[in-house]
Design a binder for this molecule. Structure first.
Ligand SMILES: [Zn+2]
Length: 256
């Protein structure tokens, strides 16, 4: 029997052990991956913070349940990772002005630096050659350098978390729904010939960031193996997940 992400969300909302057990088996490896990539610490406190039936990651899952869930999961994990202020801070307006001459695809390649992806990883995420990404990065660095007083390499990466949070918050009424980005990422549509869409995205860093986050989520699923029963056990213990219903109810004090 196939137990889907949709059913997991429903069961986690209802705080059922089936849901949490599936979450642990299938998504602890992803939580680990995000933590490792974004410089997080121990996984245990993060998992405890995630164990919340009311969490937004278990709510509306349309139009792509697993990706939508993972996009939320990524945000929840990042929220648990503190980040130091950049030594040389750069504000979103400066970045937007500096990178305005770039095309949409170039902006995506440049923006992935804020998400700590090197040209090779970014190339895999955007299905471009690493050399092309590296060239775009050089161009972006020069553009930014021309707009700031203090500059050094990797300014976008250093300011990445702050810029990402600003971009998230900058959502407008015209911003595109996630479905549009998924169509591009799944090869059902391209930027080419969709001038209206491109006209918005090219001047909207919320949408650039949103697209990059969805592309990241799709890439992050590649090569990830679920935990074995044995590997899951310590996490089930940590989160108090018991598969026998009676024991579970007793554990969380729901009666019985
Ligand atoms: Zn937008």
């Amino acid at each position: 029997m196939i137990y889907t992400c949709y059913e997991m969300a429903r069961d986690c909302r209802a705080d059922k052990p089936e849901g949490w057990s599936h979450f642990i088996t299938n998504y602890v490896p992803l939580v680990r991956k995000f933590l490792a990539h974004y410089g997080g610490g121990e996984i245990e406190p993060v998992l405890k913070a995630l164990r919340d039936p009311g969490s937004s990651m278990f709510q509306s899952l349309e139009p792509a349940p697993e990706r939508w869930f993972l996009a939320e999961l990524r945000q929840k994990v990042l929220a648990e990772i503190p980040f130091p202020a950049a030594e040389i801070a750069i504000d979103p307006e400066t970045v937007a002005a500096a990178l305005a001459p770039l095309t949409v695809v170039e902006k995506l390649a440049a923006w992935l630096e804020t998400m700590r992806y090197d040209p090779k990883e970014s190339g895999a995420i955007l299905r471009m050659s690493p050399e092309t990404v590296a060239k775009i990065r050089d161009k972006a660095e020069e553009l930014i350098r021309g707009k700031v007083d203090a500059w050094r390499r990797n300014l976008l990466a250093e300011n990445g978390r702050a810029l990402g949070a600003e971009a998230m918050a900058a959502k407008t009424e015209e911003c595109l729904p996630v479905k549009v980005f998924l169509d591009v990422l799944d090869g059902r549509a391209t930027w080419r010939g969709r001038e209206e869409m491109e006209r918005h995205v090219t001047r909207c860093w919320h949408c650039i960031d949103h697209f990059c986050r969805m592309a990241e989520v799709i890439q992050s699923l590649r090569g990830v193996q679920p935990l074995t029963g044995e590997e899951s056990e310590p996490f089930r213990k940590l989160l108090g997940v018991r598969m026998q219903r009676a024991g579970w109810k007793r554990l969380v004090g729901l009666g019985g």
